[in-house]
Write a protein that binds this ligand. Structure first.
Ligand code: NCD
Ligand code: ZN
Length: 357
């Protein structure tokens, strides 16, 4: 491919993002809203955003934290529990309070204690979602402690996801932050309306990063990074051009004090450099011409939305970027994902206020 030093893309979206709340929300949101037009916002607050009313209140807090000059639309999700009321879900979806619902198997990850324990009990909810065309966003890991942590995604597909999809064949499903070759194959080849989000960090690190010279809490997330062959399968999926794969950063900030602890929290904070790192991955794969599809087009198509109306420009510098600086919050610092590879891409200086859609 000829040498590309400038990329002009439809403004991307982030189809899986944790924005948190309060001071943390205020600290992290500008990194996303400066770059991404929209984001699917995860509902795993404490307590979680479970009902249309709770989600609408959270959405209002996000909207009021968007900095002046940024045009950003939070696409909200509702947190499924054993007690989710199908009528509330239908009403909230019809009213635009949320665009999708998130399934966390109880105990699978950060703030998932209120998640679903009984998949059979969820049937009326899934039937309603199938009927109204509301996507089910899945944290695809079993919680059975007898299953090895590196196998939990593959086992989830077999034990939980495939049976659900057989029972509700028209249900729209996103297998979130897929981390294995098994997950990629399932989504790529499966029947029905299925897609997967891929994070930037899972395209860059494998599980060795967690233990390079000592334990590295800033590379610990869930699903945990897997073997190299899985990383390679994820990269192949990302650059494949298949509309079933799109960007969901899963940027999931935790204060450094909570990460650097005897029981450190899962989650990587990637919002400040996600797009730059992603462009580098696509360059390294010789696939810069596929970046716009993955970051800006496949996601809206799956959700039945138009692509963003404006554009963003990435520039390639001869010198790689310096390692990212920590981000301050009133409660302590956040460590930004260090990709550990030379990243030459940066977003061209502020394009000024975006066009209003
Ligand atoms: C997420 C978080 O911190 O909320 N953590 C993570 O490791 N990705 C939860 C999640 O998406 O699993
Ligand atoms: Zn997440």
């Amino acid at each position: 491919m000829t040498h590309v030093s400038r990329l002009d893309l439809v403004r991307p979206d982030d189809w899986h993002l944790h924005l948190r709340d309060g001071a943390m929300l205020a600290a992290v949101l500008p990194f996303t809203s400066a770059v991404f037009g929209r984001a699917i916002v995860m509902p795993n607050l404490v307590p979680p955003a479970r009902t249309a009313a709770e989600v609408a209140a959270y959405r209002a807090r996000i909207v009021s934290a968007v900095p002046a000059g940024h045009v950003f639309e939070p696409l909200m999700t509702c947190y499924l529990t054993d007690g989710t009321d199908p009528a509330d879900l239908r009403a909230g979806y019809a009213a635009g309070a949320f665009v999708a619902a998130k399934l966390y198997p109880a105990g699978a990850t950060t703030n998932s204690d209120n998640g679903v324990t009984d998949m059979d009990g969820l049937s009326p909810v899934l039937a309603a979602m199938e009927e109204i065309g509301m996507p089910l966003l899945v944290h695809g890991e079993v919680t059975d402690p007898a299953v090895d942590i590196f196998d939990r995604e593959a086992v989830f597909i077999e034990r939980v996801l495939e049976p659900v999809r057989r029972r509700f064949p028209a249900l729209k499903v996103v297998l979130e932050h897929v981390t294995t070759a098994d997950g990629v194959a399932y989504v790529r080849d499966g029947a029905g309306d299925i897609a997967a989000t891929l994070t930037v960090h899972h395209l860059i690190i494998n599980r060795n990063a967690l233990f390079a010279g000592g334990i590295r809490p800033h590379y610990y997330c869930l699903p945990v990074a897997k073997r190299e062959r899985h990383r390679l399968a994820l990269r192949e999926a990302a650059v494949s051009g298949s509309p079933r794969f799109f960007l969901g950063t899963d940027s999931a900030p935790h204060l450094d004090a909570a990460k650097e602890s005897a029981c450190g929290c899962a989650g990587l904070f990637t919002a400040p450099n996600a797009l730059e790192c992603l462009a580098q991955v696509f360059e390294d794969e010789g696939a810069l011409d596929r970046l716009e599809g993955f970051a800006s087009l496949h996601g809206p198509a799956f959700y039945g939305l138009a692509p963003n109306p404006d554009r963003i420009v990435l520039v390639r510098d001869p010198e790689p970027q310096a390692a990212p600086a920590k981000v301050p919050t009133p409660d302590g610092t956040l460590t930004v994902f260090d990709p550990g590879i030379p990243v030459h891409w940066r977003i061209e200086a502020a394009p000024g206020p975006q066009m209003t859609p």
